[in-house]
Design a protein around this ligand. Sequence first.
Ligand SMILES: NC(=O)c1ccc[n+]([C@@H]2O[C@H](COP(=O)([O-])OP(=O)(O)OC[C@H]3O[C@@H](n4cnc5c(N)ncnc54)[C@H](OP(=O)(O)O)[C@@H]3O)[C@@H](O)[C@H]2O)c1
Length: 222
Amino acid sequence: MRPYVILNAAMTLDGKIATKTGSSNISGKEDLERVHEIRKECDAIMVGIGTVLADDPRLTVHKIDAKPEDNPVRVVVDSRCRTPIDARITNADAKTIIAGANEYKHEFFKSERYETFKNRGVKFFWSGDERVDLPALMSYLHEEGIETLMLEGGATLNFSMIRAGLIDEIRICVAPMVVGGSNAKTFFDGEGFDLMDDAVKLELKDCYSLGKDLILTYEVLK
Ligand SMILES: NC(=O)c1ccc[n+]([C@@H]2O[C@H](COP(=O)([O-])OP(=O)(O)OC[C@H]3O[C@@H](n4cnc5c(N)ncnc54)[C@H](OP(=O)(O)O)[C@@H]3O)[C@@H](O)[C@H]2O)c1
């Protein structure tokens, strides 16, 4: 058993979720409010360590009316436990789980960050040898009572999650902007597939304008 997973992101028309320098302010005000509504509805929100290092997100519900208990559990997929000691994702606003890989856990146990995070109430889940085992992480989160999970990037984790068949729905905000750049992160990076026949197939379920942006909702076909 695993949570129902909604991948949400904002991209430019050319599929970039950040510029080549890491700038990622893409959504308009209305879209940010939509994102925070999804956060409020979900039991957990998950990002990769690349996103924590690039953006230092809080991953709380703070752009719409919300109570502290509306904040989802925050999950960071971080094999080597590189989450910085002052990362906002580990603050007291919500529960946090760091998912690491077994290879790195003993070294991490000796670090000051481990003690600090433990004292802040951060929980840890260990799986995989050198990289987090995403299906095992999903099962663990489900056992922890997480029925709905919002995946908020980034590009590498998005691809691993969809390749593993762990995404049910995609909600994408397409902003009317073009930034180019072969080194700019796209919606899905990772290894990629060799053939179009291997592509993960989607079905469009909804489509509407929101301010200047376009919101598309897709079901991931199994
Ligand atoms: N526009 C948007 O909606 C949006 C949303 C989120 C992020 N972003 C942007 O996306 C960029 C970050 O993306 P990113 O691709 O660099 O990083 P990412 O996808 O956030 O994190 C990737 C990292 O997760 C770790 N990981 C652990 N297990 C994994 C697994 N099984 N599969 C995949 N990754 C695993 C890996 O590092 P370890 O091996 O060290 O664990 C990997 O390098 C930032 O520029 C951010 O601004 C944009």
